[in-house]
Design a protein around this ligand. Structure first.
Ligand code: HEC
Length: 108
């Protein structure tokens, strides 16, 4: 096999992997451990377990349904925000739901 045909096959393979990876990312199920990991990012602003010590709102009293609705409204821009619109755009629906379930399930 010539070097150039090998290169073509390699790049086709890489493109195929990318397609598979992005298709999985869009609707891949999210484990509880992954949700806990992602929530660390939220808690850097919203305080440990979502109990904010400052002016950023606490997440503690929100239900999972509230959190999902707020995140989707931030993402669409329906709810104005300084930073949350940008954060919300970084998560798939499955990730938002897993995060909301995890955060709402923490001890109040
Ligand atoms: C950089 C700091 C920062 C990070 C990180 C962050 N938030 Fe926020 N969050 C804010 C601020 C500030 C607001 C107030 C709205 C605004 O101005 O964006 C807010 C508002 C919210 C609200 C609405 C609360 C209410 O009662 O109105 C929810 C829900 C929320 N964030 C969830 C999350 C989740 C879930 C994550 C992690 C994926 C997260 N936030 C990460 C700063 C942050």
């Amino acid at each position: 096999m010539s070097i150039s045909s090998r290169a073509v096959l390699l790049s086709l393979g890489a493109a195929g992997l990318l397609v598979v990876a992005s298709a999985q990312a869009a609707d891949a199920p999210v484990s509880a451990a992954q949700a806990a990991n992602m929530a660390v990012n939220c808690f850097s602003c919203h305080g440990p377990e979502g109990r904010s010590p400052g002016s950023i709102p606490s997440l503690q009293q929100l239900t999972a349904v509230n959190i999902v609705a707020l995140m989707k409204d931030f993402r669409s821009g329906k709810r104005p925000s300084t930073v949350m619109g940008r954060h919300a755009k970084g998560y798939t629906d499955a990730e938002v739901e897993a995060l909301a379930g995890y955060i709402a399930g923490l001890k109040k």
